[in-house]
Design a protein around this ligand. Structure first.
Ligand code: ATP
Length: 516
């Protein structure tokens, strides 16, 4: 048991809003809280978060009394996505998401490498890494909502409470978020979300709680609780629960379901999936460095394939390969280097005959605009003002490895190694420069691209091609579509997006799979 509330009562002024409400939330469970407008859902959520204090009853988080915990201790256990966050933060998206890490930081509020990793992972999980460098104030309402959800994920708490999280999200994002919530519950989170959508609750929640006039009307499995009589009591509308021939259930307002059953299209409810084809889903595992161009490339691909839904997962290549080894379903693997693809090939994860290089990165050195322009020669790094040089760890991070190669070739590595600040990924060195924590950094051109205008950028020749390869996986459930995506990456449309985001065209289409 993660959270237990017993016999809660609450009044706003003299008006009783909640009476004798009890509920429990377990790990690995996604619970939907449904009720008409004004039934008390947000009030109940604010009680569970400790924002409001109940008149009667108690709330326990595991073995602790919620109200005996400090605000920081509560924030380490519970993350919250409010219904109307209203606040417009004058910050970059990445920094808004980093706020989710505050409960884990000392009073100085200094973000650690792990804090940054969690923030990047949360952005990637919601498919919005491409927004990281944008100002939060410039975003649309739906994009802001996704950022606030990423902030809650970055908080890394076992319990996630969301108040009407799909409000303002477009149709696609609503369904993607529902799938994400289900994934999070499957990975062990305890999730409570209030909702106005019985059909979402039916298809994605493990349990549904109905709130009517401040009391629990029903609590149990969706199929039992979302009964037409209950929905009538809640919303004053007649509904019908229909079953498709492959066993899925749909809730529709009765007026709509009877109109449908009289028309030809209504028959679809009784058709099998083969007769009424479902959309295809293409799962792509891609390096975090590709999040920005891929977001747009995927849009282009899906407008050419409207029946396909593409689900990208961005991450560190090693972590993505671990997920593949654990049996994750993935159709396309797009790592950040040829050696990484060679590793995947050696483990039998990819169809080597589909492997192709479609883009190339360059190594660059960056420093803050307000500082001196960088000298184009690496020797300049010997000057004292470059006392702190940020790079990705050369053992595991491709741009870090290339930087070491370039410095070794110039005979400077030994002299400069003591000045190197090594980071576990290729993005943090840039961040270190932007925040004044390093005097210069080696990063990929595509990474530097996101900060152009703020940093000086100097190309560093390394003498090796930094190709980005891609391949169809051996376990792909959609090999034809996966091949189509690999081909799409080589089209003019995709290449244009890659160029704008700092990548260069591939020099050779054939990846070196056996050379590593
Ligand atoms: N700060 C407040 N002061 C006085 N009454 C309040 C306050 N906040 C909420 N209420 C009242 O408490 C009742 C429950 O409100 P609550 O926001 O919890 O409902 P809800 O189920 O979340 O509604 P909705 O679906 O419309 O968001 C409503 O009658 C509302 O008017």
């Amino acid at each position: 048991m993660m959270l237990r509330a017993a016999h809660l009562a609450y009044a706003h002024g003299h008006r009783m809003v909640l009476e004798d409400v009890s509920l429990q939330l377990n790990a690995g469970e996604s619970v939907a809280l449904l009720g008409a407008n004004g039934s008390g859902k947000s009030t109940l959520i604010r009680l569970l978060l400790g924002i409001l204090k109940p008149l009667r009853g108690e709330i326990r988080l595991r073995d602790s009394d919620l109200h005996a915990l400090s605000a920081k201790e509560r924030a380490q256990r519970l993350a919250y996505v409010p219904q109307d966050h209203g606040v417009v933060f004058p910050f970059l998206v990445r920094d808004v998401v980093l706020m989710g890490r505050l409960p884990h930081q000392s009073w100085l509020g200094v973000a650690s490498a792990h804090d940054r990793e969690q923030a990047e992972a949360a952005l990637a999980r919601l498919g919005i890494s491409g927004l990281a460098e944008r100002s939060y104030m410039e975003l649309s309402g739906g994009q802001r909502q996704l950022v606030i959800i990423a902030r809650a994920l970055a908080q890394e708490t076992p319990i996630l409470i969301l108040d009407e999280p799909v409000t303002g999200l477009d149709y696609g994002n609503q369904h993607r978020l529902m799938a994400q919530i289900q994934d999070l519950a499957d990975s062990g989170y305890a999730i409570l979300q209030s909702s106005h959508y019985p059909e979402h609750a039916l298809s994605t929640a493990n349990r549904v709680i109905l709130l009517k006039d401040g009391r629990v009307l029903a609590d149990g499995p969706p199929i039992e609780v979302l009964h037409p009589q209950h929905l009538r009591a809640l919303y004053d509308i007649d509904t019908e629960c229909l079953e498709t021939s492959d066993g899925r259930r749909v809730i529709l307002p009765k007026a709509l379901s009877s109109a449908l059953s009289q028309s030809r299209r209504g028959a679809c409810l009784n058709l099998s999936s083969e007769e009424y084809p479902m959309t295809h889903t293409l799962h792509i595992f891609a390096s975090l460095t590709l999040a920005e161009p891929f977001q747009e490339i995927i849009q282009g691909f899906t407008s050419a394939h409207p029946d396909v839904s593409v689900k990208p997962t961005y991450g560190f290549c090693g972590a993505l390969m671990e997920q593949m080894a654990a049996g994750a379903s993935v159709d396309v693997f797009a790592p950040s280097s040829e050696p990484m693809l060679a590793k995947a090939a050696a483990q039998g994860f990819v169809q080597t005959d589909t492997a192709v290089n479609y883009a190339r990165n360059r190594l660059v050195l960056v420093s803050l605009m307000r500082d001196y322009p960088l000298a184009p020669k690496l020797e300049a790094l010997m000057e004292e003002r470059y006392a702190r040089i940020a790079i990705g760890d050369p053992e595991s991070v491709p741009p870090g490895r290339y930087a070491r190669m370039a410095l070794e070739k110039a005979g400077l590595w030994q002299d400069l190694e003591a000045r190197m600040q090594k980071y576990p990924d290729g993005l943090q060195p840039l961040q270190a420069v932007l925040e004044g924590n390093a005097d210069a950094a080696f990063v990929f051109a595509s990474t530097a691209n996101s900060a152009s205008g703020k940093v000086h950028i100097v190309d560093i020749p390394v003498g090796v091609s930094m190709h980005y390869p891609v391949a169809v996986t051996t376990k792909s459930a959609e090999p034809e579509l996966a091949r189509a995506f690999v081909v799409y990456l080589q089209t003019d449309a995709a290449q244009k997006v890659l160029e704008i985001t700092g990548f260069a065209p591939a020099l050779s289409a054939q990846p070196l799979l056996n050379a590593f």
